[in-house]
Design a protein around this ligand. Structure first.
Ligand code: AIR
Length: 172
């Protein structure tokens, strides 16, 4: 479920919590939601800013953790402290998505990837919310055989598609 206005609501237990700092991040972060949905992994998404609404962020992380969320994805642009703050609240793995706002996203990338020791954030490429979803799925697959099998099928399909489109030797 997402705070208003939001993405699709779901009644099943969310396994991944998706956060982003602003409605302006929505289109990029929807790619994480879309891939998780394709992989049959329920998620809930929230717009929550670490410095604009810190109390709500804390409450939501704690509630989702109690509800059984296993991984968090957090996307933010500019001084992107959201993933680090989420990681400071929970022991679940946190995957940060640097979003391109200024400086083509380099500011957000460095803010997220350069977490000081003791509170790590796994960081994907700039705007690569889909890779965050894939990494979240792989984390869940370490202890869920059904998700593992879904990922194996996904990779098989990916290879078949690649080989269909790329038949070997290239002539220019
Ligand atoms: N942001 C919001 N709160 C903290 C941060 N870092 C980020 C959002 C968005 C950017 O600031 O993630 O990428 C601009 O947000 P807005 O709401 O000003 O458009």
């Amino acid at each position: 479920m997402m705070n208003e206005p939001g993405l699709k609501q779901t009644a099943v237990r969310p396994r991944v919590g998706i956060f982003f700092g602003s409605q302006s991040d929505r289109d990029v972060m929807k790619k994480a939601y879309d891939l998780l949905t394709e992989l049959n992994i329920p998620s809930e998404s929230y717009v929550l800013s670490a410095h604009r609404v810190p109390e709500q962020l804390h409450d939501t992380v704690h509630r989702l953790e109690k509800e059984g969320v296993e991984v968090f994805i957090a996307g933010a642009g500019l001084a992107a402290h959201l993933p680090g703050v989420v990681a400071s609240i929970t022991l679940c793995p946190v995957i940060g998505v640097p979003l391109a706002g200024a400086l083509e996203g380099l500011d957000a990338l460095l803010s997220i990837v350069q977490m000081p020791k003791q509170i790590p954030v796994a960081t994907v490429g700039i705007n690569n919310a889909a890779n965050a979803a894939m990494l979240a799925a792989e984390i869940i697959a370490t202890h869920d055989e059904s998700v593992r099998s879904t990922l194996q099928n996904y990779r098989r399909q990916m290879k078949e598609n690649f080989l269909k489109d790329n038949k070997g030797k290239v002539e220019f």
